[in-house]
Ligand binder design. Sequence first.
Ligand SMILES: NC(=O)C1=CN([C@@H]2O[C@H](COP(=O)(O)OP(=O)(O)OC[C@H]3O[C@@H](n4cnc5c(N)ncnc54)[C@H](OP(=O)(O)O)[C@@H]3O)[C@@H](O)[C@H]2O)C=CC1
Ligand SMILES: O=C1O[C@H](COP(=O)(O)O)[C@@H](O)[C@H](O)[C@H]1O
Length: 497
Amino acid sequence: MDNVPQLIQERSAPPATLVIFGASGDLTRRKLLPAVESLARHNRLPSEFALVGVARTPMEDEQFASSALTGPSLSDKPQLQGGIRYVSGGYDDPETYKRLAETLDELDAQRGTSGNRLFYLSTPAEAFEPVINGLAGAGLNRAREGSFSRLVIEKPYGRDLTTARELDSVVHGAFDEPQVFRIDHYLGKDTVQNVLALRFANSIFQPIWDRSWVDHVQITVAETLGVGTRGGFYEHAGAMRDIVQNHVLQVLALALMEPPASFGAEGLRNEKAKLLQAIRLPTNRDIADLAVRGQYTRGGTRDELMAGYREEVGVDPLSRTETYAAMRLNVDNWRWAGVPFYVRTGKRLPARVTEVALQFQRPPHLPIPANQLTDLEADALILRIQPNEGISLRFGAKVPGHSFRVRTASMDFSYEQTFAEESPEAYERLLLDALLGDPTLFIRTDEVEQCWRIVDPIIEHWENDHSPIPTYEAASWGPADADRLIGRSGRAWKNSI
Ligand SMILES: NC(=O)C1=CN([C@@H]2O[C@H](COP(=O)(O)OP(=O)(O)OC[C@H]3O[C@@H](n4cnc5c(N)ncnc54)[C@H](OP(=O)(O)O)[C@@H]3O)[C@@H](O)[C@H]2O)C=CC1
Ligand SMILES: O=C1O[C@H](COP(=O)(O)O)[C@@H](O)[C@H](O)[C@H]1O
């Protein structure tokens, strides 16, 4: 199996200790601990495995082990019994790292974790630098001969291109690039990986996947949730930094890139980086026509009235942070020249839906009278990332009867109905990949930079624009400006509920 890329192999993880910084936080409780629990339940953890949580909040080992939002205490799992520790301390206090190093040595001796360490930074970005420096100060950035020391860093990676580069120089001051795993959990979703399967494991789609056939593409990441308890974080991020810079552009890159020669980490990431480089930047003159933002106000139904963004906990009552962003992008390469790509994301929209929709050109000539085609939409291929994971092909079909009426019909593939196998949670997949040292589904530094290059001018334009921020009612499909953005070319958003 030497030449088979790691991405497509069934693998088992080597002995290791997973160390989570920010272990008292939201992501740890909601995603990381449940992912560890599920890996244990599916026997995907090595028998020699240990878990250490680090944060300032005082906690006992057992309290940490039982802090996952779903499921029983992790220490109920036979593979994890006696292998869970919690170290409390400040992120910039050398004592924290001394105690951490002692705990890790102890676990190596007791559980045979072989000196392999995966450090997961699940803190707000302010703590990344002190943690990296703390690890380096205690020598934990360097593994013993034959072992590994790896760093997983949560998103967003920097606030813009400059700070992403600054963070990279902090990271590279302590860790070499092959030790670094920049996470974007969308890449861990089976349905996002299925974009690769659909495009490159079949021959029927490739010939129509270009400017000759595709009229335009829409990528939607719509959430029904508001900012919940994360208002403080979101105020400094906004939709563009939180979702577009990472999830949306990663999905777009996979959907539009050239076929890689293999699914090896470098082959795949080279193609994504090339695609991102080909995205044209808006100029100051056209930026207002190409990018739209919005903020949700109070809305919903009488039964479920939802607060406006400015009323959420941790949010400035005069906040100008966008909770919705939409853009029209162009990709300047041979395959996509002239095809518009419309992307959008928002919180408090009417449906939770993430999808990529390729809309095809209308036939050059229709030998059917227009009055028989009133219910015929353009052909489309819709990749549903979540929920109702699957793919739909939308096309025109003759309505049974004596006339020749043609209306839109669709062929649907559903993951749930087709496969008996269970999809792993994205974080489960990515934790395992990082333990295995497979960087394929993690973001390389040049991709991060390209993504900031694309969104920075728009964020800067918005920050310098002091006119009132456009609004949309909670549970509506975003600000009116977004309809104008796409409507200018005679097209319309595909709003699925
Ligand atoms: N939550 C989510 O759904 C997602 C989160 N992320 C990213 O994951 C990381 C963690 O997110 P999340 O768990 O929501 O974050 P939290 O705000 O819950 O913070 C995690 C922990 O970090 C510590 N902490 C909080 N603020 C600071 C600070 N200013 N300086 C140092 N430590 C601090 C706290 O622990 P203590 O006080 O005990 O030290 C806290 O429990 C972030 O980088 C976020 O952007 C990415 C995708 C989704
Ligand atoms: O990274 C983030 O993603 C979630 C959405 O993730 P999903 O897997 O539920 O689609 C988003 O709610 C959050 O604001 C953002 O930080």
